[in-house]
Design a protein around this ligand. Structure first.
Ligand code: ATP
Ligand code: MG
Length: 493
């Protein structure tokens, strides 16, 4: 790894330098060739294992934990910071630099009551979902590797520690801006410094002046809306959308009790500690907006309120545009070339309302018929919208309702000229395989009970190509067995 140290060198006072603590008997549990490529690595080796398990120092690494704060479940915690994630620096890759962080690398000045560690099950889940989301083309932080150990850690019972090696284009979170806004409101020096750094490093097409700041916030609103539209379209529930887990780049970030939907359920809650359903699947779009409002509030010392409000007001539009674009591709709804003038804008809006209704009716039917979200969408790849008959129909109990819906759908799709190409387009965006919780759980149990990571590796390989038919792997596309339905994950990690 070849590092540069822009954050470390340019933002003194925004972190504490701290060395990671080694984990005993380190061994590779998982490795991602695709993530490795991003920072110019190829295969794992023993020296790298020693470096990433904190036994040896990595050349050129500085090792630091960043300070931030955040709104957690709606309440403001004035000081958080990396309590168990230590950054080595920005590794230079063929297409840009990536922060390399050891998540679970040991205590830091921000650990509060925590031990600075991550348990194997949570480290493995973070590793798998990072790479699985990337393969689904969802913006996300990445995971180079997950390293197991025999170091005991205590959660509900005794478990072992592991480290996820996270790659992120940036670790800057909404919570960073909140922290510097509320700790030094009068001077604005550090807040301005942080915004300037963020723009220079990650939004180089923008200027670091008043106009640039406004443009930047607009882009953050758009990328956040895009990320959440992605989640809603693939049926992904994040579970802990606190502002300290919101990346300023709109990348999916910090994977704890996340879950894909199995059976479609709008108010599905995946986080065991989320008693109110604040972060339920269907709440995510609203929470994204609430979080952007918290970011906007933190930026009031340097951006005019009117400009912030104007940008926030675009959130809904971005969200709907992106959501319809993703769902439209999944269901094969043709797009229209609306020229941007007043009359056409009205037509566009009306079409959007109709499409939202059509999609909403479809997901309501899935919920009422207790159907699997991913598998139902995958069915569109075998559909012939020119025909009255569809295999999709066989899944439904309420056939009358389905038939009414299908008629409206057929009208919207109209005649399809090349059915093969149309079906291929559907299969290219509706995954056959996703990281269902029960599959992750089986891989984790095999490691826990037999020290056997072969299931993890098999699952990881499968999920690298989630859109391809993989004939030997059909079982992995099935709905979960009874024990694995709607698993709710513990927050302890
Ligand atoms: N075992 C632990 N030891 C020390 N601090 C912890 C531990 N677990 C969580 N924290 C800290 O508690 C806060 C909230 O935790 P949260 O689960 O959102 O983040 P995380 O999963 O630890 O890390 P990240 O957000 O970097 O992915 C963070 O400041 C985090 O560093
Ligand atoms: Mg976090």
């Amino acid at each position: 790894m070849r590092f540069k140290q822009d954050f470390f060198e340019k933002l003194e006072g925004f972190y504490s330098q701290v060395y990671p603590q080694p984990i005993s008997n380190p061994h590779w549990l998982g490795w991602s060739d695709k993530a490795a490529e991003l920072i110019g690595l190829t295969k794992p080796n023993d020296e790298l294992l020693m470096q990433l398990s904190a036994h040896h120092a990595a050349d050129g690494a500085t090792y630091y934990a960043q300070v931030y704060s955040g709104h957690q479940f709606g309440g403001y915690t004035p000081k958080l910071g990396d309590g168990r994630s230590i950054i080595l620096g920005e590794a230079i890759g063929p297409n840009g630099a990536w922060d390399v962080a050891l998540k679970g690398g040991g205590p830091t000045p921000y650990s509060r009551m925590g031990d600075g560690r991550a348990v194997m099950r949570s480290a493995v889940r973070e590793f798998m979902i990072s790479e699985a989301l990337a393969a689904l083309n969802v913006p996300t932080t990445r995971a180079l590797a997950v390293i197991g150990s025999d170091l005991p850690v205590w959660r509900e019972g005794q478990e072992t520690a592991a480290i996820t090696v996270r790659l992120a284009k940036s670790h800057i979170r909404f919570g960073h801006f909140e922290y510097f806004s509320y700790t030094e409101k009068a001077e604005k020096t550090k807040l301005t410094q942080l915004v300037d750094f963020t723009i220079t490093q990650h939004f180089p097409h923008l200027s670091t002046d008043k106009a640039g700041y406004i443009e930047w916030f607009n882009e953050v609103v758009a990328s956040t809306a895009k990320m959440i539209a992605h989640w809603q379209s693939i049926g992904f529930a994040h579970g802990v959308m606190n502002t300290d887990n919101m990346s300023i780049l709109g990348d999916s970030f910090d994977f704890g009790p996340f879950s894909f939907l199995d059976t479609f359920k709008e108010d599905f809650i995946c986080n065991h500690s989320d008693h109110q359903g604040r972060y339920a699947f269907g709440q995510q779009p609203a929470v994204g907006f609430w979080n952007l409002q918290r970011l906007a509030q933190a930026l009031t010392p340097i951006i005019e309120s009117d400009d912030l409000i104007h940008a926030l007001n675009q959130y809904q539009r971005h969200l709907v545009d992106y959501y319809l674009s993703f769902m439209g591709q999944k269901m094969g709804l043709p797009t229209f070339d609306f020229v941007d003038n007043q009359v056409k804008e009205a037509a566009r809006k009306e079409q959007q309302q109709q499409d939202l209704h059509l999609i909403g009716e479809f997901t309501t039917m899935l919920e009422q018929n207790q159907l699997d979200y991913t598998n139902s969408l995958r069915r569109f790849g075998e559909l012939d919208p020119n025909s009255q008959h569809s295999s999709l129909r066989d899944d439904f109990v309420d056939l009358a309702k389905f038939d009414t819906w299908y008629q409206a759908y057929q009208q919207r799709v109209a005649q399809v000229a090349d059915i093969d190409a149309w079906q291929q387009q559907r299969n290219a965006v509706n995954p056959k395989y996703i990281l269902r919780n029960y599959l992750a759980q089986e891989a984790i149990i095999a490691i826990e009970e037999q020290g056997d990571n072969s299931k993890l590796i098999q699952l990881q390989q499968l999920l690298e190509n989630p859109f391809d038919e993989q004939p030997d792997m059909q079982d992995f596309a099935k709905r979960p067995p009874d024990w694995g339905q709607g698993l709710i994950m513990s927050c302890s990690s």
